[in-house]
Design a protein around this ligand. Structure first.
Ligand SMILES: Nc1ncnc2c1ncn2[C@@H]1O[C@H](COP(=O)(O)OP(=O)(O)O)[C@@H](O)[C@H]1O
Ligand SMILES: [Mg+2]
Length: 41
C-alpha cells in the first residue's frame, strides 16, 4: 500500500528539500521504493 508523506512550510530555506531527499534516500536503504517530488509552486 503506497503512503504519501508531505513536508510543507510556507517559508523558503527551512530545509524542506534536504529533509525530503534524506528521507527518500533512507527509505530506499530500508528496502522501500520511494518517489520524491520536490515542488515549489
Ligand atoms: N540541518 C541543516 N544544517 C545546516 N544547513 C542546512 C540544514 N538543512 C538544510 N540546510 C541548508 O539550508 C538551505 C536551505 O535548505 P533547503 O532544504 O533547500 O530548504 P527549502 O527546500 O525549505 O527551501 C540549503 O543551503 C541547505 O544546505
Ligand atoms: Mg526546496
Amino acid at each position: 500500500m503506497a503512503k504519501t508523506i508531505a513536508i510543507t512550510n510556507k517559508k523558503s530555506g527551512v530545509a524542506k528539500t534536504i529533509t525530503a531527499a534524506t528521507m527518500s534516500y533512507l527509505l530506499t536503504k530500508m528496502g522501500y521504493k520511494a518517489l520524491l517530488i520536490d515542488y515549489d509552486g
